[in-house]
Design a protein around this ligand. Structure first.
Ligand code: J2J
Length: 536
C-alpha cells in the first residue's frame, strides 16, 4: 500500500549513510526519555504535570485499546484536539499503533474536516466536545457517511465513559509493549497539513525517518536540553510548534512543554513566570502583541532566553526590538509543512539574525533559487525557491495532477516563495508567487475561497488577494463582480454556511463592475493589488 511518493533509492541510501534516517520510529525520542528519565516532566497542562513515564503509559494504553477494539496498523485517523496534553498522548498512541492520523487545526470547520475525511477514509475520529461541530452527533454522522470505515469516535470531555478519551488513555496493566506492532520507519507516520494554494486542502505524508531527522537536527541547532522549558502557544499540530524544533524536539531533548491556549501576552507571560519557560515560538503578529504589552508595562519574565519567530514575514524593525524590549535572544525560522526548515543560528551575528530568515537544517537540503525560466539566480538576486532533501516530501497525498506541477523532473519541490540567498546560504523571504494569503501565519489558498464564493448564485467573478495589515502582516480582500446587489454580510454568511474556518473569511469585500484581465483573459490580481494600494 503506497500512500506516499518515496524518495529515489540513491537518495534514500545517501540519507541513511549520512545518519539522517535512523530507521527508528518517530516514538524514538520519547522512548529514550522513558528509559533514562521516566520521572522527568514532559508536559505542563493546566494544573497537570505529566512525566515522560506517564505520557508513555497513557499513549500505550490508548494504542492497545484501539488495537483491541479492532483498529489495525495502516488504518487512518482524523484527529482534532485543542492545545491540551491529550494531543500528544493521542499523537504517540497512534504512532505506537501504526495508525496514521491527520491532525486538523482546532480552528478548522466542516469544510476542512470533510475534505480530510474524504481523502483519508479514516477508521477513527478523535475530537473534542468543546468544538462547535461536535456539541451533538450530527457532524459525526456526516463523517460516518463520508468515510464508510469510520468505526470508532472518541471525544475529549465526553460525558459517556465509553466515548470519553480520558477513559481510553487511563493506564492499565504493565507497560509491556510486546503486543504493539512493529513500525516500518520508512512508512508514513502522519499527514501534515498544507497551507495550500489549490481548491481543496492537500495532505502531506511525513515518514517516521524524515520527520525524526528534522526534529533531532532542529533540537541540536536550537541547543535544546533537559532544562529547556518550551511554551506551546500556537496550535499544537502546526508543523512549526510541532517540529521546529517544537514540542517533539523538546521531548527528544528531555525538556518540558508548557501548553498555552493562545499566544495572548497576559496569559503567556504568566505561564512563563510560573514555570520558568526558557523558549517560545511565535508568529510575527503575536510578537507585535508581546512587544506592545511589554512596552505598556507588562513585565516580561526573565526566564525567557530565546524567542523564535516564523511562519510569516517578520519586519526587520520589529526583529531589532525583540532583544531590547523582551530581553531575550531572537531566532528567525522559515519553514514549511512540506519539509524544508531554515534557522538563524544561535551564534550568528545580530545583523544576520535581524535581516535573514536563516539557512537550512541539513547540509543535504538542496536549495535552488531559480528565475521564472528555471535558470539559477546569482547570490542576492530574487528568485523562486525549489528544494529537495532528507525531510522534504516528494508528493502530496493522492494528488497526481497537482504533483505534476509542484515538482520538477528531479524531484525538487516548488514552494512558491520568492527568496534571495546570500553567499553563505542564508535566505531572505521577499515575497511569493503562490496564490496564497498569509494572514498572521495562517495560510489561505485563494482558489479555495474563490470557489466557495462562486457557488453563490449572485457572484459572477471572484478574486481573493492579500492586502497589507499593520497587525496581521496581511489580510484578505475579496474582489467580486455580482449579478445582483449583495452585501458583505450575506457573502460572509454564505461562506460560514459552507463550513469554512473563520480565519479564511475575507476581511473585506470590494464590488467591481468588471474585473481587470491579463492579456490571456485571466483575472489580473496584480492590477487588483495595485488598485488597492493606490490611495484614491
Ligand atoms: C516569511 N514567510 C514564511 C518566514 C514560513 C517552521 C516555521 C514556519 C512554518 C510554516 C513551518 C516564514 N518568513 N519566516 O512549517 O516548520 C511562509 C512561506 C512558507 C509557508 C509555509 C515550520 N516562515 N513562511 O509557516 O506550512 O510562504 O509552515 O512557504 O504553515 O509560510 O507555511 P506552513
Amino acid at each position: 500500500m503506497t500512500d506516499f511518493t518515496p524518495w529515489p533509492d540513491d537518495l534514500a541510501q545517501r540519507y541513511r549513510q549520512k545518519g539522517y534516517w535512523l530507521d527508528a520510529p518517530l516514538t524514538r525520542g520519547l522512548d529514550a526519555q522513558v528509559r533514562s528519565r521516566p520521572e522527568a516532566c514532559a508536559i505542563l497542562c493546566g494544573a497537570r504535570a505529566i512525566s515522560y513515564g506517564a505520557l508513555d503509559r497513557m499513549a500505550t494504553a490508548l494504542a492497545r485499546r484501539l488495537l483491541a477494539r479492532g483498529l489495525r496498523p495502516g488504518d487512518r485517523a482524523l484527529v482534532q484536539l485543542p492545545n491540551r496534553a491529550e494531543f500528544f498522548v493521542t499523537f504517540f498512541a497512534l504512532l505506537k499503533a501504526g495508525i496514521t492520523p491527520v491532525n486538523a487545526l482546532f480552528s478548522h470547520r466542516a469544510l476542512e474536516l470533510r475534505a480530510y475525511a474524504e481523502q483519508l477514509q479514516p477508521g477513527l475520529l478523535i475530537a473534542a466536545r468543546s468544538h462547535p461541530l461536535f456539541r451533538d452527533d450530527r457532524f459525526e454522522t456526516e463523517l460516518r457517511e463520508i468515510s464508510g470505515r469510520l468505526d470508532l469516535c472518541l471525544f475529549l470531555d465526553d460525558p459517556e465513559p465509553g466515548r470519553d478519551l480520558a477513559a481510553w488513555i487511563e493506564p492499565a496493566g504493565a507497560p509491556d509493549e510486546e503486543d504493539l506492532p512493529r513500525i516500518d520507519s520508512g512508512a508514513v507516520a502522519f499527514f501534515q497539513l498544507s497551507g495550500g494554494s489549490t481548491g481543496t486542502p492537500k495532505l502531506i505524508p511525513r515518514t517516521h525517518n524524515d520527520y525524526d531527522y528534522s526534529i533531532r537536527a532542529s533540537a541540536e541547532i536550537c541547543a535544546l536540553s533537559p532544562r529547556t522549558c518550551f511554551l506551546c502557544a500556537l496550535p499544537a499540530p502546526h508543523n512549526y510548534v510541532l517540529s521546529s524544533p517544537g514540542a517533539l524536539g523538546v521531548f527528544h531533548a528531555g525538556g518540558t512543554v508548557v501548553m498555552a491556549a493562545s499566544p495572548e501576552p497576559q496569559l503567556c507571560f504568566e505561564l512563563i513566570a510560573r514555570y520558568g519557560v526558557t523558549m517560545a515560538a511565535l508568529v510575527p503578529s503575536a510578537v507585535g502583541l508581546w512587544l506592545d504589552a511589554a512596552r505598556g508595562g507588562l513585565a516580561v519574565p526573565e526566564s525567557l532566553e530565546l524567542l523564535q519567530v516564523g511562519g510569516a514575514s517578520f519586519a526587520e524593525a520589529l526583529a531589532r526590538q525583540v532583544p531590547k524590549v523582551l530581553g531575550c535572544a531572537l531566532q528567525q525560522v522559515f519553514g514549511m509543512a512540506e519539509g524544508l526548515v531554515n534557522y538563524t543560528r544561535l551564534d550568528d551575528p545580530p545583523e544576520c539574525v535581524f535581516t535573514t530568515q536563516g539557512r537550512p537544517i541539513s547540509p543535504d537540503d538542496e536549495v535552488r533559487v531559480r528565475d521564472a525560466e528555471g535558470r539559477d539566480c546569482a547570490p542576492g538576486v530574487t528568485g523562486q525557491l525549489w528544494v529537495r532533501g532528507p525531510y522534504t516530501f516528494r508528493g502530496y497525498f493522492r494528488s497526481p495532477a497537482h504533483n505534476a506541477t509542484a515538482f520538477d523532473a528531479e524531484g525538487f519541490y516548488h514552494s512558491g516563495d520568492l527568496v534571495q540567498r546570500d553567499a553563505e546560504g542564508y535566505l531572505r523571504v521577499v515575497g511569493r508567487v503562490k496564490d496564497q494569503i498569509n494572514r498572521g501565519g495562517e495560510k489561505i489558498a485563494a482558489e479555495e475561497i474563490e470557489g466557495l464564493l462562486l457557488r453563490h448564485p449572485g457572484v459572477v467573478q471572484a478574486a481573493l488577494v492579500a492586502e497589507p495589515d499593520a497587525r496581521l502582516g496581511e489580510r484578505s480582500c475579496a474582489f467580486l463582480v455580482l449579478r445582483q446587489p449583495l452585501r458583505a454580510v450575506e457573502l460572509r454568511r454564505h461562506l460560514i454556511a459552507q463550513g469554512v474556518a473563520e480565519y479564511k473569511l475575507p476581511d473585506r469585500f470590494v464590488f467591481l463592475e468588471t474585473m481587470p484581465l491579463t492579456p490571456v483573459g485571466k483575472i489580473d490580481k496584480r492590477a487588483l493589488r495595485a488598485a488597492m494600494l493606490d490611495p484614491q
